[in-house]
Design a protein around this ligand. Structure first.
Ligand code: ADP
Ligand code: ASP
Ligand code: MG
Length: 417
């Protein structure tokens, strides 16, 4: 007997039939004798609709009220799943973030979990054999008593945090793909499912665009050393062998992985915008004049490339920001133009970032060089490059994203054979 967290994403709870299917998965684990806490997302498309409603109501809405609205999607699915489970004769009770409570920071729309008291849930496992059905994505700020949400995709983070809080043996993330692949299987049909992936690699994949898990959930998995298993909710509950290992991907510590490839996977993000400042003065303090105001405006700058000055007087500087922050970034820079002292601002929003990830890169040279050659053979122009110990990223025209991902996927031997 063990203790499990089972998390179901939006597609898995998209309608009552799918919620019934989820309930059968839960029953399967309960029947096997496990204590179960379930974390649910909102029905597919619901959160987008709620976000759109807020924007419609007012483009500059109050973030506290945004959270009050968008948290409601998970309230509905947690209640519905509890109803269906009860109908199947299983003791079940829904829990909203504030009821547990899941205490978070007050950064509305992107709050961080600070503390979860798992005592009541654990007690109810013992006293009543009750399944806890927890609304993902939401929490409460203890100072203001207001509902918060954890950022898009945040139910993954709720699930891993709850797994840590109730000292679960494993956190199962049920989604609409049967594991983590070498790249998005919807874009590259030849992508291969990974049996295991190290937290470090998964962290990079997630932060560089693979939305299968929210970044913060992987961080928590790593901190608490919580095994996270990504699997499909579409596998028929009746077909699953209770003693076998179902198809899926285990995210675990590096030591548990025997096979070590140089490249683990490829991620991409179309949510990028590029800003280039031409002929800025090449003198101390210029970078601070540019990036200080951007930081003050809470804009995350990602890639930064500064050209070597030819004449010792002026240079060009390029950086990227999330596409959603592009207008604000541009306004912030133009309003500091006098201080920065540049001649021209060029920008592009139809760009994307393609990243190659692998902890094996630490001990291998020339991995990136191979990619630059392969991309040039496809006539794909690289606008900017960044590298770190276990990944490198290139910024390219968005129109070439799929071609670049497929090219690199083949180049590094990741294609399914
Ligand atoms: P859920 O609603 O269950 O949280 P998401 O849509 O957030 O599901 O995440 C699952 C999706 O992530 C898949 O449908 C897939 O298109 C996408 N994805 C992107 N990169 C990968 C990858 N490397 N492996 C698996 N899925 C990926
Ligand atoms: N429903 C939320 C979203 O769509 C949280 C999640 O699905 O993880 O972002
Ligand atoms: Mg998700």
């Amino acid at each position: 007997m063990g203790r499990l967290v089972m998390k179901f994403g939006g597609t898995s709870v998209a309608n009552i039939d799918r919620i019934r299917n989820v309930a059968r998965h839960v029953k399967r684990e309960v029947d096997a004798g496990h204590d179960v806490a379930v974390v649910v997302s909102a029905m597919a498309g619901k959160t987008n609709e709620l976000v759109d409603w807020c924007r419609d109501a007012s483009p500059l809405h109050d973030a506290r009220e945004y959270d009050a609205v968008v948290a409601s999607g998970e309230q509905v699915t947690s209640g519905l799943l509890a109803i269906v489970l009860q109908g199947m004769g299983i003791q079940a009770r829904s829990w909203q973030g504030w009821q547990i409570p899941i205490k978070t920071s007050d950064a509305h729309a992107s709050a961080r979990i600070l503390e979860i008291d798992g005592t009541e849930i654990i007690n109810r496992f013992g006293d009543r054999q009750e399944v806890a059905v927890i609304a993902g994505f939401q929490g409460i700020n203890p100072q203001t008593n207001r509902i918060t949400t954890l950022g898009r995709g945040g139910s993954d983070t709720s699930a891993v945090a709850i797994a840590a809080a109730i000292r679960a043996d494993r956190c199962d993330i049920y989604t609409d793909v049967d594991g983590v692949y070498t790249t998005d299987p919807r874009v590259v049909p030849k992508a291969r499912r990974l049996d295991k992936i190290a937290f470090e690699d998964m962290l990079e994949l997630a932060s560089l665009g693979a939305k299968v898990l929210q970044v913060r959930s992987v961080e928590l998995g790593m901190v608490y050393n919580m095994p996270v298993f990504v699997r499909s909710s579409f596998d028929k509950p009746g077909d699953i062998d209770p003693h076998g290992t179902p198809p899926g991907t285990l995210i675990c510590s590096e030591e548990e992985i025997m096979e070590n490839h140089v490249v683990t996977g490829i991620a991409f993000s179309k949510d990028e915008a590029q800003i280039s400042l031409r002929q800025i003065e090449d003198k101390p303090g210029v970078a601070a004049a540019i990036f200080g105001p951007l930081a003050d405006a809470n804009i995350n700058v990602d890639m930064i490339v500064q050209n070597v000055s030819e004449d010792g007087k002026t240079t060009d500087l390029t950086f990227t920001v999330p596409a959603s922050d592009y207008n604000r970034a541009r306004d912030t820079i133009t309003s500091s133009k006098g201080k920065i002292g540049y001649i021209r601002l060029d920008s592009a929003t139809d760009v994307s970032k393609v990243s190659v990830i692998g902890s094996g890169m630490r001990s291998h040279a020339g991995v990136a060089a191979k990619a630059f050659k392969a991309l040039s053979e496809r006539n794909i122009n690289i606008r900017a490059i960044t590298t770190s110990e276990i990944k490198f990223s290139v910024l390219i025209d968005a129109a070439y994203t799929e071609l670049a991902v497929r090219t690199l996927h083949t180049l590094y031997g990741l294609d399914q054979t």
